[in-house]
Design a protein around this ligand. Structure first.
Ligand SMILES: [Zn+2]
Length: 405
C-alpha cells in the first residue's frame, strides 16, 4: 500500500488465507507464508520453513483485469484525453506500462510473456476473493483509513490444491491465488493523474507510480526501507513521480536496484549468469546477554536492515531483513542470519546493518515478519516440533559496517 507522505501507519493488506494481516517491509522483503504442515506432506511439502509469496510466470499466467468504473463526481482519475474511450485507453496504458516495469527486469523468469493481455470489467466492485487479479478505482473498502491512497490485498496458498472462486488450483505452496489493487475512491482530497495529465494537475498523485508500487505487492513484495525504492511505503508528493518514467529503451527505469535485486531473488532465473553473487552472514550482539530471553532460542539480532552498497559507486544495491534461517522441516531459527542474493558478479560490496528505526519501522514490513512462525495459538493443532514464536524486532543495536572488500 501507499500512504501519503504526511501520515504513516500500517495497512498494506495481505491475507494469508482466511487470516487478515497488515503488510509492509524495508530493503526488499517478501510476503512470507509457512506451509500448513498439519496437512499431508504431499500438499504442504512437509516443511514449516516460510515460502515467499509469488505469482507463476509461465506464459500468460499473470492475468489482470481492471474495472472501468471510475469515480465521476468529482473524478478521481484524471486523464489528458477527456473523451470516454480516450480516457479509458489512457488509464489502460498506464496499467500496461506499470506491469511492464516489472516484467522487463533482466535476469528473472518474469517476462512480458508471463503477463496475459489486460482485460476490462464494468462492475465497480470487481475486487474480491474470487481468484481473479483485479484493479479497482471505485470500490470502497474498510482498509481505506486516513492517508491510505491505495493498497493491495494478496491471498497466498499455504498448501497445494486450494483455490479461490473460479481461479486456478494452487500447484505450488506460496502461489498467489488472488491479488487485488484498490485505489482510494472516496477521499475528496485525493485524485490520481495519468502521466499525460500529471503536469496540468500538480495536486494529483501520479497514477503510474502508485500502480507500479501496488503491482509490486501483487507480485509478492512487502516494503523496502530504501528510500529510492519503488517499494518504499510512502508515495511521491502530489505532482511528482517515483524516479524516472519508463521508456521503450528502459521499461524498468522507475525501479531502483533494490527492487530489481528483490525481483531477481523472488523470480530466480536459473539460466542467468550475471546476478549470481551471494553474501551471507550472521549478526550477533557483542554481549549475548542483550538477546531476548523470550521467546526462547533467539541467538542473533532479529530484524536488522542489512544493506549491500556497491563499493565502487557507493550506490545501494539491495537491502533486506536479517535475522533468521530455516532448514526443512523447520521451524525458523532466529539466529541472526542474513543473506543477500542475486548480486551482480565482478563487483565489490560493502555490507551495513542498521536497526529498522527510521521512517520505515517494523510495522511497515509486518507481512515479512509476522508470518515467519505458526504455532498452536495461531493455528489449532499445529505440531509442536514445527512451531515457533517471532521475537520482537531488535531496534536497539548500533548501526555497523559488517565487512568491506
Ligand atoms: Zn505498499
Amino acid at each position: 500500500m501507499r500512504k501519503s507522505l504526511q501520515q504513516f501507519a500500517a495497512v498494506c493488506v495481505t491475507l494469508l488465507f482466511t487470516l487478515w494481516s497488515s503488510t509492509f517491509a524495508y530493503g526488499y522483503a517478501f510476503n512470507e507464508i509457512v506451509p500448513d504442515v498439519r496437512q499431508p506432506a504431499n500438499v504442504s511439502g512437509g516443511s514449516a520453513c516460510p515460502v515467499a509469496s509469488h505469482q507463476l510466470t509461465s506464459p500468460a499466467a499473470i492475468a489482470f483485469r481492471w474495472s472501468t468504473a471510475l469515480g465521476t463526481n468529482p473524478a478521481t482519475i484524471l486523464t489528458q484525453n477527456q473523451t470516454p474511450n480516450g480516457s479509458l485507453n489512457e488509464i489502460e496504458q498506464a496499467i500496461q506500462q506499470s506491469l511492464g516495469v516489472w516484467s522487463n527486469v533482466s535476469g528473472t523468469t518474469l517476462t512480458p510473456s508471463s503477463i496475459a493481455p489486460l482485460t476490462r470489467v464494468t462492475a465497480s466492485n470487481s475486487c474480491g476473493s474470487d481468484g481473479i487479479d483485479s484493479i479497482c478505482f471505485d470500490q470502497p473498502d474498510m482498509a481505506f483509513t486516513p492517508g491510505v491512497l491505495a493498497f493491495t490485498r494478496v491471498i497466498t496458498a499455504d498448501q497445494i490444491g486450494i483455490q479461490l472462486g473460479s481461479g486456478p488450483s494452487a500447484t505450488q505452496v506460496g502461489q498467489i491465488l488472488d491479488a487485488d489493487v484498490y485505489f482510494n475512491p472516496s477521499d475528496s482530497m485525493v485524485t490520481f493523474a495519468t502521466p499525460a495529465a500529471l503536469p496540468a494537475n500538480p495536486k494529483a498523485y501520479d497514477l503510474e507510480s502508485l500502480l507500479t508500487h501496488e503491482l509490486g505487492h501483487a507480485l509478492g513484495f512487502s516494503h523496502s526501507a530504501v528510500w529510492s525504492a519503488m517499494m518504499y511505503p510512502f508515495a511521491p508528493a502530489p505532482g511528482t513521480y517515483t524516479n524516472t518514467r519508463p521508456t521503450t529503451q528502459q521499461p524498468d527505469a522507475p525501479l531502483s536496484d533494490d527492487d530489481r535485486t528483490g525481483l531477481r531473488v523472488l523470480y530466480h532465473n536459473p539460466t542467468d549468469t550475471q546476478f549470481v553473487g551471494s553474501i551471507q552472514g550472521r549478526i550477533l550482539p557483542a554481549n549475548p546477554l542483550s538477546l531476548p530471553v523470550s521467546p526462547p532460542g533467539v541467538t542473533g539480532v532479529f530484524g536488522a536492515h542489512v544493506v549491500a552498497v556497491d563499493a565502487t559507486t557507493g550506490a545501494v544495491v539491495a537491502g533486506t531483513l536479517g535475522g533468521w534461517s530455516c532448514q526443512a522441516p523447520g521451524p525458523v531459527q532466529f539466529d541472526g542470519t542474513y543473506a543477500i542474493n542475486a548480486l551482480a558478479v565482478n563487483h565489490s560490496y560493502k555490507i551495513y546493518a542498521e536497526p529498522l528505526n527510521g521512517t520505515v519501522g517494523p510495522s511497515a514490513v509486518s507481512n515479512a515478519i509476522v508470518p515467519l512462525c505458526r504455532n498452536a495459538t495461531t493455528d489449532p493443532g499445529w505440531p509442536p516440533l514445527q512451531a515457533c514464536v517471532v521475537p520482537q524486532t531488535d531496534l536497539e543495536f548500533t548501526a555497523a559496517e559488517l565487512s568491506s572488500p
